[in-house]
Design a binder for this molecule. Structure first.
Ligand code: NDP
Length: 494
């Protein structure tokens, strides 16, 4: 099957233009950048690095679309029908979108066909359904007045998206933003623009009016120009904490636009010695960190394990990891593909190199591999005996690297380690003692907590975190609608 996908990769059309006002256009910038495929280090596309003039043009198109009401004033049921057609087209183009995503990011084709492309369609469909179910409220004021509370779209929304789940995160943002009548400009990460550009073409084909969804390929400067723009009403951002801070500063220094930030994590899986089934725990811990090559914001990147079962559990996790099929992302059998870029690979290797200096032991992996020459591959890695204050225990590594921290069996010791980072995106507790599991779950400082399981996911539940993991609203679920709407109170004197 690798041959089929490799052949398809040779001939697949690769988007090379920005999408502004409903059509692919040449950017005004004279600068371009290469999107390098991490599978083999080859250039997969050369795209314009959209500059301030392109940002101005896209914002103007989005503003015009919002101002004349061509989308926001359509009956919610009509917006719903368009978004359903959009979701159907995403499904119909599943293989094409999945291949573009794999070429850009190095994710296994088995994942992009089974998870990323269908996940984007499911999300769009869910928000299509939500479009005509957003009700207002009547406030319980006294009899002399009638006050209604309604939701209005914010206006022009900039969605700045990272490279780890380009299509899915784009759908998490454009689904609720479009369902509620906003105009959107997406800035994909420079590593992964292709599938997003194709999504915008499909949206136009589905009947989304011009200007309502624009996509600007570019580098960090493109995102910075959007965050600083005086006519953007909202920035929704997913990425690193450092860049999130810059977005917030730019918003404060410009027009005080609304900002939502989702900034990653260092999520713990706490395992007590009485965990019901150590094999199930080992599977969940291994997949929780190694899926997507560890480049997942809510990855279970820390194992916080009771001493009594630590050796046994680490051994079983290593067994699961050894059984994963690492290889060419274009091979359907591959479970572990490439990291997104040479830069990310070096960053992750840098953390592994730190392990020795910080007193930790490499118990599995730690080395590069090269199933495809020139690609960015790393073995699944386990670092044991990691100190609570080590950088590898507190900073987001964002690669296939599990950090193991051991505790003496007391609940307080477990929680001290588990809550010992600035992040608070996800966390899990494993114990047969349900009362204890509930107590620990209640005290884990995280936006999503799992009890005797990990990484269950559904568009119906909110995604976001506490502390350095971000703020300003949630992606997914009906709560995401809050990110893209303003509440308006209207009084009438009776
Ligand atoms: P960034 O946070 O820099 O990138 C995320 C998005 O922000 C990209 O679209 C990027 O564009 C854009 N961007 C970059 N600079 C600015 C700016 N000044 N203003 C507005 N937008 C900007 O992440 P990196 O790609 O540099 O990854 C570094 C680390 O971040 C990873 O190792 C990981 O730890 C973390 N990360 C976390 C993610 C999460 O899901 N929470 C996702 C990705 C990374 P461009 O790509 O063109 O620079």
């Amino acid at each position: 099957m690798t041959t089929t996908w490799t052949q398809a990769a040779r001939t697949i059309p690769r988007p090379t233009q920005a999408v502004i006002d409903g059509v692919g256009v040449e950017a005004l910038t004279d600068r371009s950048f290469d999107s390098i495929g991490p599978r083999d280090g080859e250039v997969v596309a050369t795209l314009p690095a959209c500059d301030e003039r392109d940002v101005d043009r896209a914002v103007a198109a989005a503003r015009a679309a919002f101002a004349d009401g061509r989308w926001r004033d359509r009956a919610p049921a009509e917006r719903k029908a368009v978004l359903h057609r959009f979701a159907d087209l995403v499904d119909a183009h599943r293989d094409e979108l999945a291949l573009l995503e794999t070429l850009d990011t190095g994710k296994p084709i088995g994942d992009t066909t089974a998870v990323d492309a269908p996940g984007a369609a499911t999300t769009l469909r869910w928000y299509a359904e939500a479009a005509d179910k957003v009700y207002g409220e009547v406030a319980p004021t006294g009899p002399g007045a009638l006050a209604t509370i309604t939701r209005e779209p914010m206006g022009v929304v900039a969605a700045i998206v990272p490279w780890n789940y380009p299509m899915i995160i784009t759908a998490w943002k454009i689904g609720p933003a479009l369902a509620t009548g906003n105009s959107v400009i997406v800035k994909p990460a420079e590593q992964s623009p292709m599938a997003t550009l194709r999504l915008a073409e499909l949206a136009s084909q589905a009947g989304l009016p011009p200007g309502v969804l624009n996509v600007l390929p570019g580098e960090g400067a493109t995102g910075a120009a959007l965050a600083a723009h005086g006519d953007v009403d909202k920035v929704t951002f997913t990425g690193s904490t450092a860049t999130g801070r810059k977005v917030l500063e730019a918003a404060a220094a410009s027009n005080l636009k609304s900002v939502s930030l989702e900034l990653g994590g260092k999520s713990p899986q706490v395992v007590f010695a009485d965990a019901p089934d150590l094999d199930a725990v080992a599977e969940a811990v291994a997949w929780g960190i190694f899926y997507n090559q560890g480049q997942t914001c809510h990855a279970g990147s820390r194992l916080v394990v009771e001493d009594a079962v630590a050796d046994e559990l680490v051994g079983r996790i290593a067994e699961v990891a050894r059984g994963l099929t690492a290889g060419d992302p274009l091979d359907e059998a591959t479970q572990l593909g490439a990291l997104v870029s040479r830069e990310q690979l070096e960053r992750v290797v840098g953390y592994i190199d730190l392990a020795g200096q910080e007193g930790a032991t490499v118990v599995l992996g730690g080395g590069r591999s090269e199933p495809v020459e020139g690609g960015c591959y790393l073995e699944p890695t386990i670092l044991d005996h990691v100190r609570a204050d080590a950088r590898i225990a507190t900073e987001e590594i964002f690669g296939p690297v599990l950090v193991v921290q051991r505790f003496d069996g007391t609940q307080d010791a477990a929680l001290h380690l588990a809550n010992g980072t600035d992040y608070g995106l996800a966390g899990a507790v494993w114990s047969a003692d349900h009362a204890r599991a509930e107590r620990v779950a209640a005290r884990l400082r995280a936006g999503s907590v799992y009890v005797n399981c990990f990484d269950l996911g559904d568009v119906t539940v909110p995604h976001g975190g506490f502390g350095a993991s971000g703020f300003g609203g949630r992606d997914k679920s009906l709560h995401a609608l809050d990110q893209y709407t303003e509440l308006k109170t209207t009084w009438r004197s009776l």
